[in-house]
Ligand binder design. Structure first.
Ligand SMILES: CC(C)C[C@H](NC(=O)[C@@H](N)Cc1ccccc1)C(=O)O
Length: 729
């Protein structure tokens, strides 16, 4: 049976009787639970911004803000979880109850993403968006409470399973624990974007966000079941009382007492916490001093997380404007986040077994605080890389018309060359079935057009819509109707290509393909846009009994108008005869260019986060390790709030400028941190605690000696008095 002594006494030689290779068997359940839970959390998080943008139809800024508010909440709730576990339910029950809350939240997210629920007119879009927004917000709140609440409990619960003689195994457990976090998140960030990209639905097929949230919900249930399965094997320490409350009370008393004794007549004390000596034990005061020293050092840290957590928001949105074709496989924008756990799984062992020992061999003292400083610099560098990539992307993005402008392209549907003069511009010459290469830009919506084809000249004043890109279709006979059509005013979403056909023939043409159907297009008319994924597509054109094929390779995020010319001869294929107008160029900046920024941010994470966790643990007094873990996670929460504040306040028109701003802020904070770190002296909490315990023991010894002496005296007195009595008798 497990050796279940009270942990307050600190004398537990073993966590459980069943051991495998020196490790308690119960650890297996905890590690698998963490793997599944992180799969659930990161899987859901990976598609969250895209769900906000494409399902709930929020703009980039709102999507980013709600994303970071959610992440911040996830790191605020650990304090709540730690209080509940320590003072009331204990870690085991807290993990069980909050995991149930967590799983309900994940199910709510999955249900909120089923578009069919409110799609009464069955057109593929939800009709009651409020239902989806409210349900997903409730889901996110439950998830934040669940994931954050159990976070400080699971790791500490794992640590509790080890006895005092298993120090080495406990350390290995924490490394395996971090690798499990990244193993679970790696798998989920690969899988959920694939699930999201599928089409599903009852009435209409739409992107399958419900499945992308449903699988994480299932994994959370698996995590809960696995955790319960290990129940009989765990060492379950009883709640130790709320140490956070004791700390707050002690600090409060010290402040009050200091204020009461503010006059000159009262001698100064070495530290303001010493003003609590009248009421609290010296050991507790010393422990609080250690914690406060570390918490003070934490002040600049949130800025690191501000940059770190933008991987899931801004960087994912950046990837949507890039080319994800890696030859053998095509990467979805949200799948780029997998680079982080892949690099973690390789960098942690490389750093631990190669880089750090090498630095040590060179005689350099690479202290934890120095590592964290370097981690910050690396994160800033990552954002400089992101800014450079953004500049490249911006160069390739189309310039859409401002609210007061009109952009116009000409398309000649006829079989004669047409000369067109728009306003005072140079005349444009369009061969038969030709489209003008670039858009003409006008600051007016009333445009005079003078068109000549052969002996026919037509002069018209045409009214266009401001703020839009449009096309003017010039017919075979210029005296007939000139068709105006709207082009796309933004890049097609999610890396799709927007395709449409214009029929310049005198007869109806039916255009179809395996991936999209354009239907029958009337003579001198046009089809609607269809969204097509990247890759090769073959279109089938049919007019009466004649047909031909036209194939085309598409990249990401382009828009094309294909013109079926008036004189098209339907042969086996009409490859050479179809005219294409590239209205929006495909994304040309490759997603691989994001790898350097991922490399720097992950190297930064290893130096900053892994070291920081270790530092927080090693510098915390024995009974406040959980307090400092919650404090550490609190810096992540603040970091996410800073993203909201800076992005809101700065409101920079250019994304690259925002990246540079964040990089500069981190460098500034890093300088402050390195100064603070310079003055920090490392401590060994156990040694300090031992000193206080020794003083107490000595005091105890003195007390017991005195008591013994008093007893002796009493004994002697009673002996002498009885002797006297005897004598008197
Ligand atoms: C650093 C976190 C506060 C702690 C840790 N996160 C990680 O280890 C990340 N590298 C995981 C990850 C995976 C995929 C995309 C982004 C981040 C944790 O979650 O406990």
């Amino acid at each position: 049976m497990a050796d279940k002594e009270d942990p307050k006494k600190g004398k537990r030689s073993k966590g459980t009787s069943k051991e495998v290779c020196g490790y308690p068997l119960s650890i297996f359940f905890i590690v698998v639970n963490e793997f599944c839970e992180r799969f659930s959390y990161y899987g859901m998080r990976a598609v969250l911004v895209l769900y906000f943008k494409y399902f709930l139809r929020w703009d980039d800024d709102l999507a980013t803000s709600i994303y970071h508010t959610f992440v911040a909440l996830c790191y605020l709730t650990p304090i709540l979880g730690a209080i509940v576990a320590d003072s009331w339910l204990g870690k085991f029950k807290t993990i069980i109850y909050l995991s149930i809350v967590y799983a309900i939240g994940q199910v709510a997210m999955a249900v909120s993403a089923i578009h069919d629920i409110t799609d009464t007119d069955r057109d593929g879009t939800p009709d009651n968006m409020t239902f989806h927004v409210v349900l997903s917000m409730v889901g996110l709140l439950l998830i934040a409470l669940g994931t954050g609440g159990i976070k400080p409990c699971v790791a500490a619960f794992g640590g509790d399973q080890f006895g005092d003689h298993q120090e080495k195994q406990r350390r290995t457990f924490f490394s395996v624990f971090y690798l499990c976090i990244n193993g679970g998140s790696l798998l989920s960030t690969i899988i959920t974007p694939i699930l999201r990209a599928q089409n599903c639905g009852i009435y209409s097929k739409q992107k399958c966000y419900s499945l992308a949230f449903g699988v994480p919900a299932a994994l959370m249930m698996v995590a809960l079941v696995v955790f319960i399965l290990g129940s009989g094997m765990y060492y379950k320490a009883k709640p130790q009382g709320n140490i956070m409350l004791d700390v707050c009370k002690c600090i409060g008393f010290a402040i009050k007492n200091r204020y009461r004794h503010r006059g000159n007549q009262y001698p100064k004390r070495k530290h303001w916490m010493d003003w609590a000596e009248e009421k609290y034990e010296k050991l507790l005061i010393a422990q609080i001093k250690m914690v406060l020293k570390v918490l003070f050092l934490y002040i600049p840290l949130p800025m690191f997380w501000t940059l770190f957590d933008q991987k899931g928001s801004r960087w994912t949105l950046q990837a949507t404007t890039m080319n994800g074709d890696f030859g053998l496989l095509v990467i979805q924008p949200d799948q780029m986040q997998t680079v982080n756990p892949i690099l973690i799984l390789t960098l942690v062992p490389v750093m631990d077994s190669l880089i750090y020992p090498l630095i040590k061999k060179c005689g350099l003292n690479f202290t934890p605080l120095k590592r964290m400083t370097v981690g910050m610099i690396l994160a800033a560098l990552a954002f400089v890389c992101a800014a450079v990539v953004q500049l490249q992307i911006d160069k390739t993005l189309p310039v859409f018309p401002s609210a007061s402008q009109v952009q116009l392209k000409l398309l000649n549907m006829g079989n004669k060359t047409v000369t067109v003069q728009l306003q005072d511009n140079e005349p444009a010459i369009l061969a038969p079935a030709q489209v003008s290469d670039e858009y003409f830009v006008f600051d007016t919506d009333q445009i005079t057009v003078l068109a000549t084809a052969g002996s026919t000249t037509v002069h018209r004043g045409i009214s266009f819509t401001k703020g839009k890109r449009q096309k003017l279709l010039l017919p075979l006979d210029l005296n007939k109707e000139w068709v105006q059509i709207d082009d796309l005013n933004s890049k097609p979403e999610e890396g799709n290509n927007a395709i449409r056909f214009v029929n310049g023939k005198n007869a109806e043409v039916n255009v179809s393909s395996a991936v999209a159907n354009f239907g029958i297009i009337q003579p001198f008319h046009y089809s609607n846009y269809s969204l097509i994924k990247n890759g090769k597509v073959t279109f089938n054109l049919q007019s009466g009994s004649e047909s031909c094929e036209y194939s085309r390779d598409f990249g990401f995020g382009s828009s094309f108008t294909f013109l079926i010319p008036n004189n098209l001869t339907f042969g086996q294929n009409c490859q050479e005869e179809i005219t294409s107008a590239e209205d929006i160029k495909p994304n040309s900046v490759h997603m691989a260019l994001q790898i350097p920024q991922y490399f720097f941010i992950t190297a930064g994470e290893v130096m900053f986060s892994v070291t920081g966790l270790e530092f927080s643990y090693s510098q915390a007094p024995s009974n406040m390790k959980a307090v400092l873990q919650a404090g550490w996670l609190f810096t992540v929460a603040i970091g996410n709030f800073i993203v909201l504040i800076v992005a809101e306040l700065a409101k920079l028109p250019k994304q690259w400028a925002e990246y540079v701003l964040f990089a500069s802020l981190l460098v500034a904070v890093c300088i402050i941190f390195s100064i603070m770190a310079y003055f920090y002296t490392y401590i060994d909490p156990a040694e300090i605690e031992a000193q206080f315990k020794k003083v107490d023991d000595d005091d105890e010894d003195d007390k017991s000696k005195q008591q013994k002496a008093e007893i002796e005296m009493v004994k002697r007195d009673s002996v002498s008095s009885s002797e006297d009595d005897e004598k008197s008798k």
